[in-house]
Design a protein around this ligand. Structure first.
Ligand code: AMP
Ligand code: MG
Length: 337
């Protein structure tokens, strides 16, 4: 009997996430395991949005501590990692540059290849890894994205998106204006659970795109007009999510995908999950929801996607590793799918 070959040593990738509030370092293995996932979020003062320069200062201040934690927690020497991946975009310029500068320094110091990762592709790949979805229609809902996409001919194709602000932005700005804590999504979800009375709010779907800015203005008007905050939160969620569910349903029918995958920070919302599960049931398709632990921004999404890209030969020279604050998801070539 031939002895079985010794297992190949798994490849490891260290990923750096730095597009918005979160600075994260993580290590992913080619076995499909996330060995470490250490994230810290910058908290804007109550009533204020994210200030890019302050967030960048926060990130550069905490990076040394995060790196020390990685070195202390990792079972192998840092020099054993195969590559360094970083979120090259899209995101806030100063924040992207802080993460990229750190990743470049690490790649030079350890003499490892540098891998640029698109942050949204990271949300899709980590969700695919964690759920086992193979070829899904993806609903990506986060602070930076509101997109319905499916993969075809090397690119993620857009079947619907927001025409103005993202779903995460709608929730966060409403929360901020209402004096609620940031980020607003989870607080709004909790309040919405006790709301009972539905108030009319603008439902705007154009073609297969959604528009949220009128909804934001109208919800704030209701609040300032004296409608109970629980009822406004309830109605805001119902309208915002139903618009996306409608667009997702149409995209499902159009693409004939047999799986739908929800990912990004807003995927943690149970009401949104219920709506998507319900349309999936109606169409006889499987609904996958990213686990809450990996729904919001994290180093893990960059480390895992960086590893996939590295294994397909994606590299960038340090001299050419510019960040791309407006990098579109449908422009990223995906050689590994
Ligand atoms: P990301 O950009 O992927 O980190 O996602 C951040 C967004 O997710 C923010 O807009 C949050 O308000 C939102 N979010 C987090 N938890 C929830 C929740 N339970 N319901 C709705 N939105 C949420
Ligand atoms: Mg994100």
């Amino acid at each position: 009997m031939n002895p079985s070959p010794p297992p190949a040593t798994p490849l490891l990738c260290l990923g750096v996430e730095s597009t918005a509030h979160t600075i994260g370092l993580a290590v992913a293995s080619s076995t499909g395991d996330i060995l470490l996932n250490i994230n810290e979020a910058y908290a804007a003062p109550l009533g204020r949005g994210i200030h890019p320069r302050e967030a960048a200062q926060h990130h550069s201040a905490v990076i040394p501590t995060l790196l020390r934690r990685v070195i202390a927690s990792l079972d192998v020497d840092l020099a054993e990692v195969a590559c360094i991946a970083f979120s090259a975009g899209p995101g806030l310029g100063p924040v992207l540059r802080t993460g990229a500068t750190f990743a470049r320094a690490l790649a030079l110091w350890l003499d490892k290849p540098l891998i640029p990762v698109h942050h949204a592709i990271g949300h899709i790949e980590i969700a695919s890894l964690m759920t086992g979805a193979q070829d899904p229609l993806v609903l990506l809902v986060s602070g930076g994205h509101t997109s319905i996409v499916a993969f075809g001919d090397g690119l993620w194709r857009v079947y619907g998106e927001t025409e103005d602000i993202t779903l995460g932005n709608l929730l966060d700005v409403f929360a901020r204006e209402a004096g609620l804590a940031f980020p607003g999504g989870a607080v709004i979800e909790a309040l919405a659970k006790t709301g009972r009375t539905f108030v009319e709010l603008p439902y705007v779907v154009k073609g297969n795109d959604v528009s949220y800015s009128g909804l934001l203005t109208a919800a704030l008007k209701q609040l300032r007009g004296g409608t109970a905050i629980e009822d406004v939160c309830f109605s805001l969620q119902e309208v915002a999510f139903a618009m996306l569910a409608e667009a997702t349903e149409r995209a499902l029918a159009h693409t004939e995908r047999t799986e739908v995958l929800v990912t990004g920070g807003v995927a943690a919302n149970e009401r949104l999950q219920d709506m998507i599960r319900s349309i999936a049931r109606d169409h006889g398709v499987h609904a996958y929801i990213v686990p809450k632990k990996y729904s919001g921004d994290s180093g893990a999404q960059i480390a895992w996607t960086g590893l996939l890209a590295f294994q397909s030969g994606v590299r960038v020279e340090v001299e050419k590793s510019f960040v791309k604050p407006k990098w579109r998801l449908d422009q990223v070539k995906i050689p590994w799918r």
